[in-house]
Design a protein around this ligand. Structure first.
Ligand code: AGP
Length: 606
């Protein structure tokens, strides 16, 4: 994640840009910069390192003006350097960006053919060149911006200013957060509400697909169809909890929709998208000597480990022993110096997982943990901590932490496969390129939310539900069942699709929704035949997977079409419609979604 601020005013705003960047620094701080339009010139200052470095630079070489943008960076494309810092200014335009442009390579190649000179390794600079080229053709700033954004694929937020326009900011939101702030004779655009509250408490939340044209006096918003639209202006309560809901009804809902943004940060920590290579320095253990991994966790974290089991076996060719933490600690698993132990925990404080860690540590195991809280007890006991960068997860039902855990696990699998010389450089590039598409494919799932709400209505009337899947979709079926039961209190179970006929199919009748998970993978055809076993017994199918239209032709199936992009991305993306399904069922039933009965966010008792 990166932090973005833009201010349009009629006073010098340099200090406010810096103050807001300091409030945004939790989103990343490997480099920072600002640019200001003054007297039809773009003045830019940017530098590697923390915002204090930028403040020192501006002491030495001040700039001022009434309109400008600022950025504090979490590097995704290109190392943290001054040249890669934002803003990226190219002749008539200067802009800042948060997110990942997944088709950056083809765009860059097309520009290179025109002998475009690049000063950085970033995907962001490509956007600046594309807009500048449009401006050079005589297009207006808004047309130049819109024509450029149309070419971009991925989840991103972009804010741009223009050399010849002393009072104009244009911004676009696709999957990364942006809000607008209002004051008399002054307007703002920012990555989050809390970083703006020192300037204003009157804000509007933008929606995906929105384009904003603002100056110090007015704000114009165009929706994804370029229709003028209104986003309600609310006064943010000083109450941090309400304001940190950021306009959502529940933290769980907010955290579901944060996934494109936080996943971009997790992906960027483990892999560099400018050369499609793993960031090997994140794995400071020699994994080449290990022949087995003992994996454990609880609940959703355990299901993440179950997904990773398939990746470790198929991609890294390493043996896996996996069990619930509460079981593992009482077994006598064979542990030796050819195995290491891997602990997955969002909170890093789950008692069962911590106890299992101590059991493994007492037996001489090297301890690796995948956590969201890097100062947690589990992290402190680990030889290597792999953070997930999901940000604070308030909803008891885990959502963004789960998908971020999967990114860290996929990264570990790729790293081990590489150090054991099991995958080639090209295969590494292909896997990384596949993961690059995840934020955008999750945005595509969000487009289907209204269809998911209709499916939720069906389930909300049921007493029980079954989720089935094969391969990595089996643990996703378990996770989908857990999401549903823990927030809606409807009984649900996940079953390996091939196992259904060995007993559980006796449960199937017209009142039992069977949610079939069938992404386009090597299990697809077999999962469809399991689905037909259910249909022939009068079961009520809800299909979540690929090529729904083909299947719809000969059945009266209900469901949604979900596109994935390969074996690593598939379970990450398939988890999201199930999160939304559970959320909308619980909302229909009026349940306490963020704090369900009997549960706790972190179970610190055994
Ligand atoms: C997930 O939705 C549940 N709230 C629960 O299963 C949770 O995943 C489990 O308690 C493990 O928590 P941890 O990741 O903090 O260790």
């Amino acid at each position: 994640m990166c932090g973005i601020i833009g201010i349009a005013s009629n006073r010098n705003i340099c200090k406010d840009l810096l103050d807001t960047l300091n409030r945004l620094s939790y989103r990343g701080y490997d480099s920072a910069g600002i640019s200001i339009v003054n007297d039809k010139k773009i003045l830019e200052r940017k530098i590697k390192g923390k915002i204090s470095n930028l403040e020192n630079l501006l002491e030495l070489s001040p700039i001022d003006g009434a309109l400008g943008i600022g950025h504090t960076r979490w590097a995704t494309h290109g190392k943290p350097t001054t040249l890669n810092a934002h803003p990226h200014t190219v002749n008539n335009v200067s802009l800042v960006h948060n997110g990942i442009i997944e088709n950056f390579q083809e765009l860059k190649n097309s520009l290179l053919n025109d002998n475009t000179f690049y000063s950085s390794d970033t995907d962001t600079e490509i956007i600046s060149h594309l807009i500048d080229n449009e401006l050079k053709l005589g297009k207006t700033p808004i047309d130049s911006f819109l024509n450029t954004v149309k070419k971009l694929s991925g989840a991103f937020a972009i804010v741009a200013i223009f050399k010849d326009f002393n009072n104009l900011i244009i911004a676009g939101k696709r999957g990364s957060p942006l809000v607008i702030g209002y004051n008399k004779d002054e307007k703002y655009i920012c990555s989050d509400v809390n970083s703006l509250t020192n300037l204003t408490k009157k804000i509007s939340y933008l929606e995906d697909g929105d384009t904003v044209i603002l100056n110090s006096n007015r704000v114009k918003i165009l929706d994804e169809n370029l229709k003028k639209s209104k986003r309600s202006i609310i006064t943010v309560s000083s109450d941090r909890v309400v304001s940190s809901l950021s306009g959502y009804d529940h933290f769980m809902q907010k955290e579901i929709f944060e996934q494109p943004d936080v996943l971009s940060q997790s992906l960027a920590y483990y892999m560099d998208f400018s050369d499609f290579k793993m960031n090997e320095d994140k794995f400071n253990i020699d994994f080449s000597k290990y022949e087995k991994i003992v994996i454990t966790g609880c609940g959703t974290a355990y299901y993440a480990g179950m997904v990773a089991k398939y990746w470790f076996e198929n991609i890294a060719k390493i043996n896996i022993e996996i069990d619930y933490a509460s079981e593992l600690r009482y077994r006598n698993v064979l542990l030796n110096d050819k195995s290491f132990s891997l602990f997955i925990s969002q909170s890093g404080e789950t008692a069962d997982t911590l106890a299992a860690l101590k059991f493994c540590k007492d037996n001489g195991q090297t301890i690796v943990s995948i956590v969201n809280e890097v100062e947690s007890s589990i992290a402190k006991e680990s030889d290597l901590v792999l953070p997930i960068f999901a940000g604070p997860e308030i909803g008891v039902a885990s959502t963004k932490a789960f998908t971020c855990q999967l990114v860290a696990l996929a990264s570990l699998a790729l790293h081990i496969a590489k150090v054991k010389n099991i995958i080639s450089i090209d295969e590494e590039k292909n896997f990384i390129n596949e993961l690059l598409h995840v934020p955008k494919l999750i945005l595509d799932v969000f487009e289907k939310e209204n269809e998911i709400k209709k499916l939720a209505k069906i389930i909300s009337k049921s007493k029980s539900a079954i989720f089935i899947g094969r391969g990595t979709s089996y643990p996703i079926a378990l996770e989908g069942a857990l999401k549903l039961k823990e927030i809606s209190y409807i009984h649900a179970e996940g079953i390996a699709a091939g196992e259904l006929k060995h007993g559980a199919i006796a449960l199937v009748d017209k009142n039992m929704p069977v949610i079939v998970l069938a992404p386009e993978d090597l299990f697809y055809v077999k999962t469809l035949s399991n689905m037909h076993e259910v249909i022939s017994r009068g079961g009520n199918i809800i299909f979540i997977g690929s090529c729904l239209d083909d299947i719809l032709e000969n059945t009266k199936l209900q469901g949604i079409n979900v596109e994935t992009s390969g074996k690593l991305s598939s379970p990450i993306i398939m988890a999201v419609p199930l999160q939304l399904l559970a959320y909308h069922v619980a909302k229909l039933l009026g349940k306490d979604i963020d704090q369900p009965r009997n549960l706790a966010k972190s179970v610190t008792v055994e």
